[in-house]
Design a protein around this ligand. Structure first.
Ligand code: KIV
Length: 291
């Protein structure tokens, strides 16, 4: 619902598209929970993507294919409860838009009612009709081409798209079809820098790159990757801004030591009873004060 006060106002589709026209960059990060989304939303991010990467990062699935609507709904609600400024785009999970237009619309509406401002779908020409149908009834859609985790051979990061002339032509064609269907932006995942640049220059809607080079109109990273929470996941395109894995591990070890040694809880962390109440309590039970 549009807020009555102007204290909080979400980024709109036209503002996102205008960012490209002005030549400014779009900044996008993923979030799946209230606490992280609250921090991100206060720090100059245009779009929060509730990606189905949540399935891997939050639920431990081996890839994004098992993620279902119920799970995405929960992540969507949590992020929506925290977000006042950024546009929220929510991934439609695998199987929720592939079957037919009606199912795609029903599932997109469910996500919008749960707080999504837009939805994201993976695919090119083959999902033109579904993108168009959703846009026609007023649901903003973000496209996603190149490496498509829901259907590309599972997480093989050596398989960047756009390495050959055929692949480059197909990607450019798909980007134009997605634009024609009415999408307001497109994620370009793992596409060669040259092709990402050509796509970006040849469509009017913003491209948001992940592993697709600097010419894209914006960049997206999985927040947990850029915070360095998973030590084993190190694709070339991720820049680690923090070693959160190390910080958490060190804090957990210190906490464990403190509890075992009795250093925690200290006087700073405890609640005392009122002295008079305490004495009366002891008297009532015939105990001697030890305080
Ligand atoms: O699911 C996700 O987080 C994504 C981004 C990697 C673009 O689709």
């Amino acid at each position: 619902m549009q807020p009555y006060s102007n204290q909080s106002r979400k980024k709109t589709v036209s503002e996102i598209v205008d960012t490209k026209k002005k030549g400014d960059k779009l900044v996008v990060l993923t979030a799946y929970d209230f606490s992280i989304a609250s921090i991100i939303d206060k720090n100059d991010i245009d779009i929060i993507l509730v990606g189905d990467s949540a399935g891997m990062v939050m639920l431990g699935y081996p890839n994004t294919r098992p993620v279902n609507m119920a799970e995405m709904l929960l992540f969507c609600r949590a992020v929506s409860n925290a977000t006042n400024k950024a546009m929220i785009s929510v991934d439609m999970p695998f199987g929720s838009y592939q079957k037919n237009i009606d199912e795609a619309i029903s599932n997109a509406v469910i996500l919008i009612k749960a707080g999504a401002d837009s939805v994201k779908v993976e695919g090119g020409e083959e999902i033109f009709d579904r993108i168009k149908a959703m846009v026609d009834i007023g649901i903003p859609v973000m496209g996603h081409i190149g490496y498509k985790p829901q259907t590309s051979s599972m997480w093989n990061f050596s398989k960047a798209a756009g390495k050959t002339k055929e692949s480059a032509l197909k990607l450019l064609h798909d980007a134009k079809v997605i634009e024609k269907a009415g999408a307001f932006s497109i994620v370009l995942e793992m596409i060669t820098t040259e092709v990402a640049e050509i796509i970006t220059k040849n469509i009017s809607i913003p491209t948001i790159g992940i592993g697709s080079g600097p010419a894209c109109d914006g960049q997206v990273l999985v927040t947990y990757d850029m915070l360095g929470i998973n030590q084993d996941f190190k694709p070339k395109f991720v820049k680690k801004y923090l070693d959160l894995n190390h910080l958490i591990a060190t804090s957990v070890q210190t906490y464990s030591r403190d509890v075992k040694s009795g250093a925690f809880p200290s006087n700073d962390n405890i609640i005392h009873m009122d002295t008079k109440e305490y004495e009366e309590f002891l008297n009532e039970y015939g105990l001697r004060a030890s305080k």
